[in-house]
Design a protein around this ligand. Structure first.
Ligand SMILES: [Zn+2]
Length: 326
């Protein structure tokens, strides 16, 4: 599992620029599914054909990042966020542009107080000496992801982009190990989730499944002095009850809970009080699609040191597999 996570997290895929990660996933699964479609927005849809229920399993392949907005005369690059990026998480980080150019993020030191730090007071240094030199490497509108290669320490994997490449890894493993079923399953690696669940919306409309299950990360309540939350790393996959974009369909919640109970898979319930996820877009598509989610407990979400438990990933594969077979 670690090797797959490492392979998927290292790939570039800032929202709207998912070409590289899409190719990596495609090469992993192309011989294991009946059909592969890339839709207009760039969602990667892998189909296992069948005559039973039409089920959509989704994980977003985009990651947060930054976009170059202005280059000054000395070659420093001002930037904007793509998805939610904390100025405190970004400070002192390395970034890599889609074309491979790397740089680092720092701030205007005349800032009096750290609490006044804003992304607009920060810049990327790519080692250029002038605007002209910088523009030979980077153009306005180019995006960059954070650098932070996956490492394993104990049961925890630490990496950038575990949101949601860990979910992508769960889908890839499920595709590879899924026993024969009558159900027709659409594994969808969605785009632009971090910008407002955009890919999931068109994918769900195109597929019109009978039900949908997304796999994404969720926050945890298991670090020092953090906000109270029931979810913890190592407690098993979290079955989503709600977040700010969806109240999960009771039948999907019941299905996932039943599968976990019957197969002795540890699980927990998730109530996420901030943020949304792909089911938020999927469940209000067409006349409505029963939707739910298997959430992977993840610490430090949207930082380059996101952290998930490897057993939670394996148990997420088991739980998703059981649910897709029903
Ligand atoms: Zn996510």
């Amino acid at each position: 599992m670690f090797e797959m996570v490492k392979k998927l997290t290292v790939a570039f895929g800032v929202s709207g620029n998912e070409e590289e990660i899409r190719e990596v996933i495609k090469s992993e699964i192309k011989d294991r599914v009946d059909e592969i479609i890339v839709d207009t927005l760039g969602n990667l849809i892998a189909v296992k054909k069948g005559s039973g229920k039409k089920i959509m399993a989704a994980a977003h392949m985009d990651e947060i990042g930054v976009m170059a907005t202005y280059i000054d005369d000395k070659g420093y690059i001002r930037f904007s966020n793509i998805g939610w990026v904390s100025q405190f998480y970004a400070l002192g980080q390395r970034v890599k542009f889609k074309n491979g150019v790397t740089g680092c993020i720092f701030y205007e030191e005349k800032l009096d107080e750290m609490k006044d730090l804003k992304l607009s007071r920060m810049y990327i240094d790519i080692g250029a000496n002038s605007r002209t030199e910088a523009e030979r490497k980077i153009r306005i509108g180019d995006t960059a992801c954070f650098l932070g290669e996956a490492v394993q320490t104990g049961d925890m994997i630490i990496s950038k982009a575990l949101d949601d490449r860990s979910g992508c890894a769960v889908l890839v493993e499920t595709i590879k190990t899924l026993p024969k079923t009558d159900n027709e399953i659409y594994f969808v690696f969605t785009v632009q989730e971090e910008l407002g669940l955009r890919g999931a919306k068109t994918a769900a409309y195109g597929i019109m499944p009978d039900m949908a299950i997304a796999v994404d990360v969720t926050l945890t309540g298991d670090t020092p002095e953090c906000k109270l939350m029931e979810v913890r790393c190592g407690g098993g996959p979290a079955i989503k009850i709600k977040d700010n974009s969806v109240i999960c369909h009771p039948e999907i919640k019941r299905l996932l809970s039943d599968c976990a109970e019957k197969s002795n898979i540890p699980y927990q319930y998730e109530i996420l009080e901030s943020g949304g996820s792909d089911p938020g877009a999927i469940h209000i598509t067409g006349g409505g699609i029963p939707s739910g989610a298997v959430s992977i407990p993840c610490r430090y979400v949207h930082s380059p040191i996101e952290a998930v438990n490897v057993e939670d990933l394996k148990n997420s594969v088991k739980l998703l597999t059981e649910a897709l077979m029903r």
